[in-house]
Design a protein around this ligand. Structure first.
Ligand code: AR6
Length: 173
């Protein structure tokens, strides 16, 4: 079965893919980290469209256009805030990947890039987040092989190594 998960060390706003995923908050009205970078690169029309959506619960995803980004769409998903692991954080993070990929499919997205959702301000342990990202994405692609490329776009060498190892582990199973 051809599974196409890649890991890149890059600024997600520069990627020429059909959709990039934003690690947003429930307001969908912007913030810091990758969210701030995406809004800056997409321009003010992105915030205008986000205002019409009315927010997004944790674990779900919403789609907008990409405006000035090279990507056609932005899929905004809201990762869980890490609170020790006993509050459903793992399932909510897995749901972010699943819902983002389903929404992408509905919009005929074939190439998509994810940031390391929840591993910045939201404090999710990186190795645990990477394992969930790799497992859930692999499982989704087993059922829906329509994607040409799914990229985990990491910021920096440490994150890139952790996500690479997690992806390798799912391939070796
Ligand atoms: N490209 C790729 N990855 C990036 C970029 C970039 N340009 N910038 C940061 N990262 P975070 P969260 C990485 O904090 O933890 C926002 O304020 C970063 O190194 O952006 O889900 C939202 O509005 C980290 O590994 O998202 C929410 O309030 C990863 O992206 C809150 O932060 C995620 O870090 C969401 O927190």
């Amino acid at each position: 079965m051809p599974i196409k998960i890649e890991v890149l060390d890059a600024d997600i706003t520069t990627l020429h893919v059909d959709a990039i995923v934003n690690a947003a908050n429930e307001s969908l009205l912007g913030g810091g980290g990758v969210d701030g970078a995406i809004h800056r690169a997409a321009g003010p029309k992105l915030l205008e469209e986000c205002r019409t959506i009315g927010g997004c619960p944790t674990g779900e995803a919403r789609l907008t256009r990409g405006y000035d980004l090279p990507a056609k769409f932005v899929i905004h998903t809201v990762g869980p805030v890490w609170d020790g692991g006993g509050y459903g954080e793992d399932d909510l993070l897995a749901a972010c990947y699943r819902h983002s990929l389903s929404l992408a499919l509905r919009h005929k997205v074939r190439t998509i890039a994810f940031p390391a959702i929840s591993t910045g301000v939201y404090g999710f342990p990186m190795d645990r987040a990477a394992r969930i990202a790799a497992n859930e994405t692999y499982r989704f692609l087993e059922t829906y092989p329509e994607f040409d490329r799914v990229i985990f776009c990491c910021f920096g060498a440490d994150a890139t190594r952790v996500y690479c190892e997690a992806v390798q582990r799912v391939y070796e199973r």
